[in-house]
Design a protein around this ligand. Structure first.
Ligand code: SF4
Length: 478
């Protein structure tokens, strides 16, 4: 079996993960969309049975930590009553990313896909890491998914490019076929995986792990849909992401209000404020968007979010900064990375930064970034180049140390903003998901040494600008 774990150990709402700080529940939130009332329920559960926080994952799912003493059935009952656990059989596979600002007819695709997925008994066998994506054309989620529908152009019924592990294979479908195509691709994946396992090959969890996975699945899917593959578009490549923050016009007379969540942890005060919204959209970059806000109410929301400690301004030091859970939540961690990130993070621009507590690199962005990795002697600061088509990630978790299959990453904030009330983005590169629990790939970048103390902030800042300063990052500080 190639030495790889054959068991899918992704945590869920029914299968809690035993993290170092206690049981961890991951609640799937397709498209990152949740009502304020549902978030209020999670706040209550976190306060009653957990550590009082709700964590955002790199797939815009949500987690409760340190759930000590709670009967799992009671947790499941509360989640189900809130509409957060619509399927016992499919809860682990409801991994659907969507562009946070998706609107109009395309917005309905997330629910359509979720319902069709849960209605297909065979697809309950998908790995918990398998990721669907519905991308409104921004390119912000498509390239990190196993199978994705990426809108081409605007208006009308629209055409979508089907991407496999971030690669275009020339398969185009209309809006009416998007859900069918995504599910057909997922079934084709399962067939290929089981076929390979039957021959003695190790089990693949992601499309990219299959030999010629994108090409294989593209052909299988096209054949099943009776569609002829067309030309591959070389222009379909992962773009830089303009993550929403501040006030964003929606085009329908209303606006969206967006903020980032420092290090991906929402405390009780923040949860209470957000629970007052009708609807919320969490982003894969640990941001939160309130869609459908009346323009005259936008400033009031900005004040409320900022007052609760969420970031709505471009000058935030948390722009582009993420971290895994680290200590105390993860037993593998060599440091309290959130604490250290807090101490060393200063406002700056350049590459995104991801802090990790060990070489597993959970939550590493798919694109170029600075990795700040805890070691026994301090932190290693390295610049890692991304992959063009997507090193995707499985990522989510904040902090669990579960094995490879849980392997998500954790959270961080990471957006950028220019001033209150603007509709701007960050320039973060897309994709940031977590890893499979393996050491972050997409590397090949500059490598610094091990640093700690006061030099760490300077080393990180230098690396973000694209150069590792040898006088800081390259030396071990005693
Ligand atoms: S990278 Fe993953 S395994 Fe390592 S400390 Fe962070 S959460 Fe734990």
């Amino acid at each position: 079996m190639g030495g790889r774990a054959e068991r899918d150990a992704c945590p869920g709402a029914l299968r809690l993960h035993e993290a170092a700080d206690g049981p961890l529940a991951r609640i799937r939130v397709p498209g990152g969309r949740i009502s304020g009332a549902q978030l209020g329920t999670l706040r209550e559960l976190a306060a009653a049975w957990g550590d009082g926080h709700v964590e955002l994952t790199s797939r815009a799912n949500l987690q409760l930590r340190a759930l000590t003493g709670v009967p799992e059935t009671r947790l499941a009952d509360r989640l189900a009553a809130a509409g957060l656990l619509p399927s016992d059989t499919h809860e682990l596979v409801r991994n659907i990313a969507a562009s946070p600002l998706i609107s109009g007819r395309d917005a309905g695709l997330v629910r359509e896909l979720d319902e069709a997925l849960c209605a297909d008994a065979g697809l309950a066998g998908l790995p918990g890491r398998f990721l669907f994506a519905i991308d409104d054309g921004a390119g912000d989620v498509a390239y990190a998914a196993d199978v994705a529908a990426l809108r081409l152009g605007t208006g009308g019924a629209g055409r979508f490019a089907m991407l496999f592990a971030g690669r275009d294979v020339g398969l185009r479908v209309g809006r009416a076929t998007v859900v069918s195509a995504l599910l057909t691709a997922a079934r084709a994946f399962l067939v290929q995986v089981e076929g390979a396992v039957a021959t003695g090959a190790r089990r693949s969890w992601r499309v990219r792990e299959l030999t010629d996975g994108p090409g294989l699945l593209g052909r299988d899917t096209a054949r099943a849909l009776d569609i002829t593959l067309g030309e591959v578009d070389p222009e379909l490549r992962r773009p830089g992401v303009q993550e929403p923050i501040g006030v964003v016009p929606q085009g329908d007379g209303r606006v969206a209000v967006a903020a980032l969540v420092p290090l991906g942890r929402l405390d009780d005060r923040q949860l209470r404020v957000l629970a007052g919204a009708d609807e919320l959209v969490f982003t894969p970059w640990r941001g939160v968007v309130l869609p459908g806000v009346a323009p005259e109410a936008a400033d009031e929301w900005l004040d409320a979010l900022a007052g609760a400690g969420l970031e709505v301004g471009a000058g935030s030091r948390w722009v582009g900064v993420t971290a895994c859970a680290g200590r105390p939540g993860c037993a593998k961690s060599l440091a309290d990375v959130r604490h250290d990130a807090d101490a060393a993070t200063v406002a700056g621009d350049g590459l995104p930064v991801h802090w990790v507590g060990c070489a597993r690199g959970c939550g590493s962005p798919a694109a170029a970034h600075v990795r700040v990795e805890a070691t026994v002697g301090g932190y290693a600061v390295t610049v890692r180049s991304g992959s063009s088509a997507g090193r995707v990630s499985d990522g989510e978790t904040t902090g669990n140390s579960t094995a490879r299959s849980a392997g998500d990453g954790t959270a961080g904030g990471g957006t950028g903003q220019s001033g209150r009330g603007d509709a701007t983005g960050t320039g973060r590169s897309a994709g940031g998901d977590a890893t499979d629990g393996s050491i972050g790939t997409g590397d090949g970048g500059t490598t610094g040494g091990v640093v700690r103390g006061d030099r760490l902030a300077r080393a990180v800042a230098a690396a973000r600008r694209g150069s590792v300063d040898g006088s800081t990052a390259g030396t071990r500080e005693g």
